[in-house]
Write a new protein. Sequence first.
Length: 334
Amino acid sequence: MENNNFWENKKVFVTGGTGFIGTYLVKELIDNGAEVFCLTQELVGNSNFTMLGLDKKTTLIFGSVLDYNLISTTLKKHEIDTVFHLAAQPLVQVAFERPYETIQTNFIGTLNILEASRMGEIKRIIIASSDKAYGDHKDLPYEESFALQGRYPYDVSKSCADLLAQGYGKTYSLPVVVTRFSNVYGGGDLNFDRIVPQTIRHLINKEPILIRSNGKFKREFFYVKDASQAYLKLAEKIEILGLKGEAFNFGTDAPVLIMDLVKKIKDIYGNMSAEVKILDKVKAEIRDQFLSSKKARDMLEWEPKYDLESGIRETCKWYGEYFLKKPMVKDINF
């Protein structure tokens, strides 16, 4: 991305900034001149965040989104003007097994961010929701006007946090916006329960590729570099457009079957003969989910730069360096 003067010398607080998506966002903010403060519970030594040296370029605040006093004090002490709230328990199957922890983190954590921001007079607040907040709708793709009706623990936690953010925006004229991303993938994701990194790791280890569903679920996969750019673009438009409690979908508008996604990864990796095992034992997941990004494209003049082919190629390159210290795809140059 070309240097963006908008972020020069701005003081930005990012929750979940040391995580998968947060790392890309933090790097972009630093590259564009922002002073970044990251809330994190722990710093993982072999994470993409530390490998990029971002721990030395940011101010780390160790603690939890459930600690309201810590968040409030941080915003005031460092005179924060922008908040990106990405911290969450992000895994659907973990939420199924540990609903209390998930709902507490995702809902109360968001409440703490919103209330501390309201009291701290923050200029722009971006809350990360999810396509899962919509729950199950017969009509596809999901549009921002659709009701939020999550039914499973993770979905419910996101529906509630999303509605809360909208409520704070409308009730208190808070400059808060909500992002609803489709499934984000890319290098640096070390949650191997997710289909993209899990498939690549199985290929590297020469193991059968495991698909928890029947392979016929339809999903949209959104490259992490496009996701980080979406965050920045939206934040930059809050004041210009007078956004208060608005929600925006972000994705590719190009859903695929899970089985076709796995075939694409196998093809790019160069091993179409790799065995695939269909487990068909997934729980608490909706069959088909994908978004319309028309609102973001029209209002924000935003569009993704990566299609599935180019995104997967870059992703394979990252995991090749991470696991094998060499490229996995021959036509990708270092």
